[in-house]
Design a binder for this molecule. Sequence first.
Ligand SMILES: *Cc1c(COP(=O)(O)O)cnc(C)c1O
Length: 384
Amino acid sequence: MKIPFHKACLSEEESDAVADVIKSGWITMGERTFEFERKFADYISSPNAIAVNSCTAALHLALAAAGIKEGDEVILPATTFVSTWEVVKYFNAVPVLADVDRNTHLISVSEIEKHITSKTRAILPVHYAGQACDMDSIMDLAEKNNLFVIDDAAHAFPSTYHGRHVGTLAHASCFSFYATKTVTTGEGGMVTTSNDEWAERIRRLRLHGITKDAWNRYSEKGSWVYDVSEPGYKYNTTDIASAMGIVQLSKTPLMQKRREEIAARYTEAFSSSCLIEPYEVTEYNTSAWHIYAPKLNLHRLKITRDELLAKLNERGIGTSVHFIPLYRFSCMGTENKNYSELFPNSENVFNRTFSLPIYPSMTDAEVDYVIDSVLTILHEESYE
Ligand SMILES: *Cc1c(COP(=O)(O)O)cnc(C)c1O
């Protein structure tokens, strides 16, 4: 069997929708994008959704709306994708890494608290794998300390926290429609916020700071006149991408159901082994299950995580690791530091975790083959 780590759930429907946009003659941001924004906003019950060309762009614009300046400190988890860190650097602000929780891999609230100083301006929690962070505690902490919370929701569509959708819990939320994400437009992102002023500013900044969208400018009703109110960016998305997004949104409940089934199958199988810990989700959360990330009980095993992944690869199973913690990168200035002392939990998770295939088109037979392969290899390599 050959089971790639990821396959996007795309069909005729997406290709027809894209073909229709091409035939219409209007291919960049226009009516399809505004429809995608409305439908996305409705899905999670957010008053505003602004489509951009990546989650990285979304994070950049959300931080701009929050007024992040040079020297400000922004707290984020040590275990995340590099985007969450680099957008803080765009402002010459200071990313402050906080350790994560050993079970959930989510930024831990007590660690955030330890890092708050008079220079802290914002918290950037990441809903790892699709599991929402403890947002009530994070928002409380933010309110007490006068901080903004912008959540990196790249993994978290459609996730809920105490019955509320991720995307409605922070001052602004940033989603990704990158090729491997739960909903994809090839490349793409979305900002949601209940702050209308922020929404308006983000809408302007995504297209050069222009006060009228190009779509208005060139439509029959529009005119050639526009103003630039501040320097902006080239972060708009296209109607080609948005047409895909609209179809993907309509499939979301079905895709979500299948991911949940696969996650439940993994969890049930791994729960009965003392060699591996399933990835568990707190009872008040529902996860989008972008990632399924179990952990090895290495003290019972003769092999490392990397050796396991090589053996799975020999059996045709694609895997990944989420994430290489930020402090391990050469640009961080943390080389030669004792990682286990600085970030004991991130380091523990990093050494033990790996990500298994989880996407809607996986068959039960494929999921069973993955489970059987993992458990067989671990039994062969255990000390018992
Ligand atoms: C994928 C990802 C991003 C970046 O998304 P893009 O749309 O590729 O910019 C940001 N944060 C996390 C946690 C991600 O996994």
